[in-house]
Design a protein around this ligand. Structure first.
Ligand code: RTP
Ligand code: MG
Length: 147
């Protein structure tokens, strides 16, 4: 089953949106595999966002993501990588559709509430970066599966 890495950014934590955001992924039918409330070191943030290191916003991005605690998660489900990006919405909240996390709550591209892996390669890399294999909890949902 596919897995993805999601991370509620410092603005999502500060605005009290952890519960709302987690609820959306639960309601969709995805399964929580791991969760961690933590503050990123500069080194970890630079590695996580390494693909953007030449971009003009890289310094601000690292400053912001290390500015306060984040809630890091692994979620599992069918097509969870692409589906969770749909639930998250477009990078720039101005363009994000209502009903998406960024569309409902976001204002600024630099403070867009949540990160989601953009491919299976990114998901594997990011899950390994933030979680050890012992922290990934595998279990069967005992409720009858309708979705
Ligand atoms: P993320 O990686 O955080 O999930 O966001 P994303 O895939 O939707 O967007 P990405 O292109 O990976 O960009 C990473 C983060 O950099 C900030 N950004 N600022 N023009 C700008 O000022 C600009 N462009 C991107 C955003 O906070 C974005 O989430
Ligand atoms: Mg990205």
């Amino acid at each position: 089953m596919e897995r993805t890495y999601l991370m509620i950014k410092p603005d999502g934590v500060q605005r009290g949106l952890i519960g709302d955001i987690i609820s959306r992924f639960e309601a969709k039918g995805f399964t929580l595999v791991a969760g961690k409330f933590t503050q990123l070191s500069r080194e970890l943030a630079e590695t996580h966002y390494g693909e953007h290191k030449e971009r003009p916003f890289f310094g601000n991005l690292v400053d912001f993501i290390t500015s306060g605690p984040v809630f890091a998660m692994v979620w599992e489900g069918e097509n969870v990588i692409k589906s969770s990006r749909t639930l998250v919405g477009a990078t720039n909240p101005i363009e994000a559709a209502p009903g998406t996390i960024r569309g409902d709550y976001g204002v600024h591209v630099g403070m867009n509430l949540i990160h989601g892996s953009d491919s299976s390669e990114s998901a594997s890399r990011e899950i390994d970066l933030f979680f050890s294999s012992e922290e990934l909890v595998t279990y069967e949902k005992t409720l009858k599966q309708w979705i």
